[in-house]
Design a protein around this ligand. Structure first.
Ligand SMILES: Cc1cc2nc3c(=O)[nH]c(=O)nc-3n(C[C@H](O)[C@H](O)[C@H](O)COP(=O)(O)O)c2cc1C
Length: 195
């Protein structure tokens, strides 16, 4: 049978378990197959997500449509942690509220700094609520969250130009959640880049 090699990146929220047994939240964009059966994670070796994956060999990836949670996790500003439940018989936690979750087990790992590559299989998965649907402001917030994690890597002028472009769909199509997320990221980026 011909192997399906249609692979793409999906953005979502990774929850790993720290050495203290507590959940750690970080946005991540794994490479997946269309059926969401195989996940390839590429965290930076300096990240907490990497350290937790190395230690436990497992993680839970979530498809979410709450871009405020994604934005807060991206800049380390989760003030009220989202509700989680521990998965039975596992060190892992999953979000109570998400679209879909996938408990992953690392099958093979290649550590080649600055990044590692973890090829993962799905141990178990579940669906919680329906995906909201396409919204340009949500997508703009995802792009802005990525920019926020690239400060010091990308030129400041490129980040500013991209933020100015992304502000347009936010102005046109955002609801309250998207506007809060946008303002949080905009403030964070402005503070870090300086005016
Ligand atoms: C949508 C999105 C996708 C991301 N995907 C990745 C990724 O695939 N690999 C990575 O190393 N960082 C990725 N990042 C950046 C990390 O989330 C960020 O560096 C975060 O601080 C992870 O570090 P931590 O585990 O130390 O919290 C992504 C950020 C966003 C907003």
């Amino acid at each position: 049978m011909k192997e399906n090699c249609d692979r793409l990146i999906v953005e979502g929220l990774m929850v790993t378990t720290g050495a203290d047994g507590r959940p750690h939240f970080a946005p991540m964009g794994p490479l997946v197959d269309r059926e969401l059966r195989a996940f390839t994670l590429r965290p930076f070796c300096t990240s907490t997500t990497f350290a937790n994956l190395q230690r436990t060999g497992t993680a839970v990836f979530h498809l979410i449509d709450d871009v405020e949670l994604l934005a807060r996790a991206a800049i380390g500003r989760i003030e009220t942690p989202p509700a989680v439940v521990q998965i039975a018989g596992s060190v892992n936690y999953r979000l109570v509220d998400c679209c879909r979750w996938f408990e992953l087990r690392v099958a093979t790992a290649e550590v080649e700094p600055p990044r590692a590559t973890f090829h993962c299989e799905v141990l178990q998965s579940g669906s919680v609520h329906d995906w909201f649907g396409f919204n340009r402001a949500k997508h703009a917030v995802v792009e802005a969250a990525i920019l926020a994690t690239r400060i010091g890597i990308l030129p400041a002028a490129d980040i500013r130009a991209e933020m100015a472009r992304l502000a347009i769909p936010v102005q046109k199509t955002a609801g309250e959640q998207e506007r809060r997320a946008w303002e949080l990221l905009q403030t964070h980026i402005n503070e870090r880049l300086g005016s």
